[in-house]
Design a protein around this ligand. Sequence first.
Ligand code: HEM
Length: 447
Amino acid sequence: MADPHQLPPTPRRFWHFRRAVDDPPNFMYELIKRYGDVARWQGFFDMYFVNHPDYVRRVLSPSYEHFSKDIIDYRVLSRIMGNGLVSNDGPHWVKQRKLMQPMFANRTVNSFDMPINVLTKTMLDSWDQRLADGPIWVGQQMGRLTFQIVGATLFGSDIDQYADEIAEILEIVNLQTQDIRALLTLYSWLPTPYNLKWRKAKRRLDEIVYAIITARRREGDQKNDILDRLIGARDPGTNEEMDEEQVRDEVVTLMLAGHETSSMALAWTLYLLAQHPEIADRLAEALDQALAGRPAGHKDLNSVPYLKQVVQESMRIYPPVWAIGRRSQQAEVFGDYEIPAQSYIAIVPYALHRHPEFWPDPERFDPDRFQPNPSESRHSYCYLPFAAGPRACIGLGMAMLEIQLVLAQIVQRYRIKLVPGHPVEVQGMVTLKQRYGLPLIFSPRGD
Ligand code: HEM
């Protein structure tokens, strides 16, 4: 019998170091494929990988308090997000999550369908004007659209005048957390060229966000959006409101967490549909039957289950949040192996969603895997685009609504084709991006 306290298997130190830096998602997938459900990698520091759904469940759910967010990635993110919900931890996070959970109730989120549809239609009308000019770079387009959606739904029109400027700032500050430039922001007094640019961008972002909050407080009129609720939220125990900095941190967090993820989910889904025209056609037909050409509202989504299946399968192959990191507070045993206290632990949805025991033929895009009421039930922790447990994504409902509505309009309107010869590879930044961008060719379905 194996020694129950041995460290997980690992290759030699700095194994495939270049690959680890250049292509972390596929590097981690390779490592896990080679070493199994618990693995170790020794670089400048040790990383432990946990890839069996039973182990993942333990980290994210019953024992989540044993796995903190005190890791380098969240320290880098907190330089810009402050103490917002994503990078916050411990009792303060519990308090904030309780305050903010009701803001994302179904009833509120469902009412976002109108603005989402209007903004999507405006974007597609502008595409119609330039279809003949060449491909559309969908990463940028989806990024713009999902940012507008977060702005309109969460912060009302207050953000309009700053939208382009904020988008530019977020582009500067939102680097991959392991990027050396991002790491150096932990020492933002160092006058590196990037730090100077970063400091200027952050200062301007703070100015804008505080100006929006102050203006809203001054106006005092109830728009009943998330900004109003952040400002008006009171701790049920103490009746205390959030201070100005906490409101700022939550606003910036929602802007960042709430747009790039959804935009990458949309871009990858369009890519997969371009590769699989038969699936795109089946989806278009299902939409046509249920909607006869009109845009979907939240109530329509149940009558087109295939739409959700396509989105779910796309996020299986290309999970926008492709890795989730934690620090073990104490030594933890997973199967035959022990992970020491204070270790960096990674759950990698990009690899988990390809686990051969749970996902046969994992590279095949097959939305039927997600048919409602499948004959066999699936392990609930082998599919985690939104994580799970107490720290699961608070924006899940909003993201699923937004992605389905945007996708529905695009597929109703266009056939989608790849640009021949354009390389498409994943790039593991904070979200899973397309390394060389993603140009796609759209042609009207009616033609
Ligand atoms: C496809 C779109 C999205 C994906 C794939 C996604 C994924 C995730 C994941 C995996 C986490 C957990 C991270 C961790 O624990 O380390 C998370 C947390 C979070 N997400 Fe999302 N997200 C999406 C959209 C959104 C939207 C639209 C919003 C808000 C408008 C949002 C706000 C948040 C927040 C605030 C957290 C932190 C929750 C907490 O720890 O209490 N996300 N998201």
